[in-house]
Design a protein around this ligand. Structure first.
Ligand SMILES: Nc1ncnc2c1ncn2[C@@H]1O[C@H](COP(=O)(O)OP(=O)(O)O)[C@@H](O)[C@H]1O
Ligand SMILES: CC(=O)N[C@@H](CCC(=O)OP(=O)(O)O)C(=O)O
Length: 296
């Protein structure tokens, strides 16, 4: 029976040994930034990882925080397949909220607890080069898909990870806002799951952990699906059992796995110390995704 503090620490030992010196990319969703206590616990988890020799890289979202700012300014917002339609006025607010308030809040909380976090957007050191995303919509499979213009929504065209390596090697924790830059210096709003997956792929991360506000991928009866392969996930998207913001999350997890990231998980950030529980316990929490070639 594992009930002493020592037993719990020892359960973590093989994982600590395995992950030491490796990179773990954590996507911290806006819906998981709930209250002060949870935010502090998340900050401590990240510092603990760094302290034991793991390289955490945090990519944060901020969807609800953007909604609040847009509402206060009287700008209405709509979503197409989980992506925010981003006209120029919306883009200004998105950059201000993600690169400003949300990024600095995550950074300063980690620093307050004794870590050394540094905030970046994709513009810093050319970290995230972006291009305009094209969204296809197909209602009738006998007809060609309709092309939807999402405004300044970006797709990642290239990640230049040097700045991440430089910071991580010097003991800093990079905190990345999902704003990208185009070849002409234009600013793009990129879904944070997309950025996290592409950064994890560029860093050949050991783990991609997507932290959200639900236990993982839920079935129609709301039960947690603890492991999900690519085929099952695509079927769930087709029959709308996976919808909204869960679509980019699942797609991104699968694409990171196909690009060489070892494991991808979706977990609930409302569970205290969710990141530690996922990484350092035998049972883990949440949904683990499996790519086609690893369907076992
Ligand atoms: N099958 C599903 N399982 C779990 N959540 C789902 C599913 N389908 C849609 N969702 C929705 O996706 C949301 C998570 O996406 P999102 O709100 O974008 O999170 P975040 O802000 O953390 O990126 C859930 O809160 C839920 O409303
Ligand atoms: C294109 C697009 O939709 N970008 C997102 C960026 C923030 C984000 O992804 O935040 P969460 O992870 O908290 O949802 C947005 O504007 O809301």
């Amino acid at each position: 029976m594992k009930n002493t503090v020592a037993d719990i620490l020892i359960e973590a030992l093989p994982y600590i040994q395995k992950f030491s010196g490796k990179t773990v990319v954590i996507k911290y969703g806006g819906h998981a930034m709930v209250d002060e206590e949870l935010k502090t616990k998340f900050s401590k988890d990240i510092i603990l990882l760094k302290t034991i020799g793991i390289n955490p890289v945090v990519v944060h979202g901020g969807g609800p925080q953007i909604n609040k700012a847009l509402k206060a300014m009287g700008i209405t917002s709509t979503f197409i397949k989980g992506m925010r339609y981003t006209d120029d006025a919306t883009m200004d607010v998105v950059e201000m909220v993600l690169g400003g308030k949300v990024n600095k809040d995550v950074v300063s909380r980690i620093n307050l607890e004794g870590g050394r976090a540094v905030g970046l957007t994709g513009k810093d050191a050319g970290l995230i080069l972006a291009e305009k995303m094209t969204i296809y919509h197909q209602e009738d499979e006998t007809k060609p898909p309709e092309i939807i213009d999402p405004g300044m929504v970006g797709d990642v065209s290239r990640v230049n990870p040097e700045i991440i390596h430089t910071l991580s090697d010097q003991g800093f924790i990079p905190i990345i806002a999902p704003v990208g830059v185009g070849t002409k210096g234009e600013t793009y709003n990129i879904n944070a799951d997309v950025v996290a997956a592409r950064i994890a792929s560029a860093l050949s991360a050991e783990r991609l952990i997507l932290v959200t506000d639900v236990d993982g991928v839920l079935d129609s009866d709301k039960t947690l699906i603890s492991s999900l392969n690519e085929q099952q996930a695509r079927q769930m998207i087709r029959d709308s059992r996976i919808s909204g913001g869960m679509i980019p999350k699942v797609e991104c997890g699968l694409s990171a796995l196909n690009a060489g990231v070892k494991k991808a998980h979706i977990i609930n950030g409302k569970i205290a110390h969710a990141v530690l529980l996922e990484l350092f316990t035998d049972s883990g929490i949440g949904t683990q995704l499996f790519a086609k070639k690893f369907n076992n």
